[in-house]
Design a protein around this ligand. Sequence first.
Ligand code: GLN
Length: 319
Amino acid sequence: FVIPDFQDFIKDIEEMYWAAKSNTDGKNASYIPQLTRASPESWGVSVCTIDGQRFSIGDVTVPFTLQSCSKPLTYAMALETLGPDVVHNYVGTEPSGRNFNELILDYNMKPHNPMINAGAILVCSLLKTLDKPEMTLAEKFDYVMSFFSRLAGNEVLGFNNAVFLSEREAADRNYALGFYMREHKCYPEKTNLRECMDFYFQCCSMEANCDIMSIMAATLANGGICPITDEKVLRPDSVRNVLSLMHSCGMYDYSGQFAFKVGLPAKSGVSGAMLIVVPNVMGICTWSPPLDPLGNSCRGLQFCDDLIKRFNFHKYDNI
Ligand code: GLN
């Protein structure tokens, strides 16, 4: 086993869980009512090792919407189906140094990276227009959903239609980004912007829980082979690219500080979810709705800080 004394490890995870549970910092996302209404008490942590050992504590089966945690997944799918050269013809690999929804492109007039809204909207256009272009939006939704599900050991994902409808209503900035990119000819030819935006909102509105998301993180930790089904879902080079950008761009405008302090690839979403990858060891998912001012889950961040204090998981711990 990659974690030989799993029982001991679980004790540490439990202690860190309870320590973070008493943290009442942060506020739920407020731009749509469904996220504002989520219980701020909710707190779950799930762990899945690359050899399939699992542990969960707290609200680990309560569904939440993927929100920005869908960004590394759609990016992974685009890399896998279109290859890195095609994808990075359209989207960069540089941290933006700005908010996730900032109206800004890089000096090549491309979105900075796939982990912010502009880049993720663009990745949605690539998946919609270049990969199996004959598919309707409905077929594409099923196709993407089943790909995500394979990353999660064939667990079934949900879809929150109220969140989808709210996302679409409260999307002035995302539409602005969408049009700004069209003005600068960022999309592949034949892109239908309305469909592309809907597809982006749909990806944000897919639902999973900590248990399911920890398997996705574990598939990334395991080089693209799902530890539960042993299916090879992603090529190692796709995983390398996804983890690289999660490492440098995954935590909004806190990404640099997180890379310095925690030193692990991670991705957070406004629902309070966080995917954390310990390469070659395990995947972790934490979920708790209250967010700090930069949009990261307060309890999730505390958990990561504690994890690095107790274990040598930081990328440069073993130097
Ligand atoms: N649906 C959100 C948006 O597009 C997702 C962003 C996020 O999780 N930070 O604004």
